[in-house]
Ligand binder design. Sequence first.
Ligand code: ADP
Ligand code: F6P
Length: 397
Amino acid sequence: MAKQIKTIGILTSGGDAPGMNAAIRAVVRTAINKGLKVKGIQKGYNGLINEEIIDMDKRSVADIIQRGGTILYTARCAEFRTAEGQQRGAEICRKHGIDGLVVIGGDGSFAGAQKLANLGINTIGIPGTIDLDIACTEYTIGFDTAVNTAMEAIDKVRDTSTSHERCSIIEVMGRGAGWLALWCGIANGAEDVLIPEKYDYDEQKLINNIIESRKMGKKHHIIINAEGIGHSQAMATRIEAATGIETRATILGHMQRGGSPTCKDRVYASMMGAMAVDLLLEGKKIGAQVGTTGMFRAEKVPGAKVVTFANAAETFLEFQNGGVDAVIQDFPVVAYYVAQGGNKGRLVGPKMEAEEYGIAVTKGNKELVAQINKALASLKKSGEFQRIYKKWFGEEN
Ligand code: ADP
Ligand code: F6P
């Protein structure tokens, strides 16, 4: 029987992002409406390890949907990168009766959440980062607000840049990802955009562009530089020396992470928060190959959701990626997967009783039946039948 969730824990981790509060509010209110208790873990994995845990009720999340930052605070935690730190985190969850955990954060926080899940803590991640750099989603909470904040700031820099006929290098956040720079580049109509994903940065070409644009009468030259490339001040000094055009560097910095979330961030964060609770309550997912005895067995597991796949390879791939919690397959196939070192897989539980196999033949085709029986008898006599059986079913016939 899938374990009944009674208490949910929630934490925010890594860089804060506008809309995290809306997600916290949705998790807390959805959980309470479904009869669950909620424990707020403060300061990310740091607070988990140090047991900075508070009880939350509906009022704890009043008046926060419009506020930037995170009421649970956030932190980076070096200790949680170690196996000991992760073990301690899992122990604290168990000690506080937390049987489902929601982690709101970026890709680093997700890596931590995966570690807790591997240690048996039922964990759901909600993507929350202004960097938009989480795999398998085109939306992360906070990006919309941050990109609008940056866009408005760049418009302002552009005004003064035009008045003074200057060149401006404006650096936006994003760590190793260039999404904020790329979106601003388009939305602000920048002359150049520099992002870490594009490795053909050619400063001489950039300088030539500025000189050409000035000849054509352009009053400003806006370059959006991603944090992942950086060195904006040094770049500005070199460009000014090479072009003779006054060049200023502006690093927008942490103002991009704050402020009231946009409508999109509030709504999507609310939807994700509610869904995280629903997913925790849904119970475990079992993967099985469609139409197999494994699938029929999985359907009998109380409280579990069965997800089917066309073949064994797809089933195990999903398991490997964390999309299903367990797989029911033929014994030799599972044994093979585990023997290959399949990440977190291990054989559990007793084997099912023997399956019945048959060979279908056209009704009345006595001649074919006789031939098949003859072939089977000969295979059994030579020992070949037993050899094949052992190879595929791992035991003597
Ligand atoms: P973000 O979640 O915004 O990407 P970080 O990359 O700083 O921010 O990660 C936040 C925290 O997540 C880290 O301080 C650390 O505690 C945890 N974390 C990051 N990577 C891992 C990892 N590989 N294993 C365990 N925990 C991790
Ligand atoms: O991940 C969000 C982010 O703002 C990145 O864009 C930036 O590189 C980083 O966090 C800065 O982090 P902090 O100032 O908190 O060290």
